[in-house]
Design a protein around this ligand. Sequence first.
Ligand code: ZN
Length: 547
Amino acid sequence: MRVAIYARHSTDKQEHSTRDQIARCEAFCRRVGYEIAATFSDEGISGAAMQNRPGIRKLIEAALDGEFNRIISEDLSRISRDQGDLAHFYKKLLFLNINLETIAEGDVSELHIGLKGTMNALYLKDLADKTKRGMLAAVLNGSIPGGRTFGYDIVHRLNERGEPIPGLRKINPVEAEIVRTIFTRYDQGETLLRICEHLNDNGVAAPKGGTKWQKSALIGTFARQTGILRNTLYKGVLTFDKMAYRKHPETGKRVSMIRPEHDWIRVPAPELAILSEDQFDSVQRHIEERSNNFRQRRLIVQVMTGEEKAKRQRGYVRKWRARQKTANKVPEQPFYITSGKLWCSKHDAAFIHRRAKLNGCPHKGCPNQNLPLEYILPLVLEDVQKFSAGDLDAYYQENKSRRAFLESKLQSLISERSRVQSEIRALLETIVRSQRGPETLSHIQEREKESGRLKLDIEQAKSELENITAVPDADMKMIARRVQETINKWLASDLDSTKVLHDCVYKISIIPFWNDAEQSMQHRAKVAWDMPALIRAFSVAANKIAA
Ligand SMILES: [Zn+2]
């Protein structure tokens, strides 16, 4: 579920700031597992006028682009305090198939929007149902909506009034044989490309006047369930009403949208079956399997960060080298502190290995493109020696105090929440013992809301805490001294020290700059230390390193 967050803050002191609202919504999304696609907000704008809000305008534009399918806000009054505007906005969302959910009201339905909106929406639904019924009647009379389908001929026949009956079909035996070939080959595991080649090599005419068979004709698209391999008519079931046509609220043009699958209409048409149901269903399972594998591979790449991609790339290179090693007995590359850590500061990209001892940025024309290792190593050497005990200590203090602050905040939020909850329990008992109903109930509701807000704040603090790596207690002066000793050993070409330091480096940025005095492009290196790793390595494994 991809969602957009919307927040609005007028100058009203009673309201939470947009930052607070967004943080609450983010925590809410994390809790229920929504993926946040975008965040929109309006600052210092009242809830009455909707036209002059840049935030809401951007939200609608993004909604039209289909960037998300749900909007999250703190409560309905953040969207608008004007009933008419609210109804208008809600209708737009209805058209776009986007849900509106608020932390206060939950899923927003027509009932929240007001009576007038409800009646309009019900009227529209009724109209759509009527159209659907008309279409269904035609299908049951033997017509097939839509154009020509591969495997069938159109039958021209007149009705009792002498008018042509649209949509009548019969099986075309030649094309039906091709459909069977396609299904059989796919079922046996042949690739779409191979099947197309087979058909083209045998001079089989492509459907819909195409010159050659294409993969898309066979598989179509997943969302619309098009393509020969997915057409249920071949097993004798006519599926229609997959698309909904609606008027676009912004432009007034007619647009097609895909309906949810459970709204599609399926009518048996056994006289048009070309395949057995078993064969058709078996092919559907194969499509599902194959596209799942494909989608997963693609999704993994999509969610990877630049560094993870670079790591994956390095993994490929490593595997390739391992294969080469067993095949050709190529000697292993020597190990340096820079191995796999070099980074182009200009393009924010990992270096790639070009030729022996030649590294560089993958971007064309980059001043970091081809750098020999003999050139890079002295630059790195220079910066490693700038390792600062002060920086290490500052990091350590900041890490400790930030974590301590968040931990105590978390504790107080938790105890605050348990206090509110025992208050709720006490109020409930009051209701049972005395009969003071309505007044107490509204107290309870308020407490419940407060408890919910506290829960979100707790989640927020927890996730902030998770983002700060815990480091062990240690004497930073001692650690700085040990790091310095290891650097000295490394300078004396000690391989063990190289490995230890290498694992404490986050990345090494190579920064190109123009030297005006010498009129030439030059470089310097900046080592980013992985401080948590460094503190851990030099405090836990202290004995090993000192020895
Ligand atoms: Zn670059």
